[in-house]
Design a protein around this ligand. Sequence first.
Ligand code: NAD
Length: 264
Amino acid sequence: MNDRFLEGRIALVTGATSGIGLAVAEALGAAGAALHINGLGSAAEVQAALEAVRAAGAPAAVHHAADLRDPAAIGAMMRAVGALDILVNNAGIQHAAPLAEMPDERWDALIAVNLSACFHTMKAALPGMAARGFGRVVNIASVHGLVASVNKAPYVAAKHGLVGLSKVAALEMAGKGSRESGGVTVNCLCPGWVETPLSEPQIEARAGGAGRDSGIRALLAEKQPSLRMTLPSEIAALAVWLCRREAHNLSGAALPVDGGWTAQ
Ligand code: NAD
């Protein structure tokens, strides 16, 4: 599967300084795409991410520091990126608390990063994809785009919103391009538990004093019947597959990668 079928393609991955986004950027680079990566982090973390993407095989890698809570910063990033073949909206944040205790500023930040930023990047990228007859938008949603859990009001609202937004974009792009050009598709990936820094505080909260492994077991036993965490590289492999030309008719989907969570 690891051929260089994306040579000559240009990709932007948001939130690619860590976790799933970094793994997706590495996998797209390994398939030959030139990478624009966005994400927060220290100079050393950004440098490490750029080096990892280049080491994976990307012919070029550039970082954009845009804070995705700020539409003006997103606009400036999209103008700097220019023509784009692949857009992966991955950046996301979490805050767990009962709805009645959710701080207003956490609601605003979660909706801004996990939902509104995806609207702004897609609005900028889709017209060029439509004109060229090829484009891939892969939105990293969550099982929480399909079902709810307690204490995650803004996260569940944003991810359900992202699934709906992606369906609208998929419909609007459905007639663009051809089988030969590859068309323009828009899909969501909906992971259950993935081993990244984002899930770590929730593992620690379940672990109590009993250790990380027992925290993981407790988390998975609640919801994910496979009792296995997903690795970021496994999400990345699916994102790369969606970029293949033969995936031209897979659009408007919200694909669970959740060990059976949403089958229950
Ligand atoms: P992570 O915390 O490892 O990485 C998040 C990335 O988003 C980082 O690069 C961070 O710098 C970036 N980011 C956060 N706020 C930003 C902002 N304001 N502007 C720009 N970049 C910002 O998280 P992860 O687990 O890799 O999550 C990636 C995506 O996957 C998220 O959308 C998350 O909701 C989703 N997801 C994760 C899991 C899981 O279990 N880890 C499960 C389902 C869905």
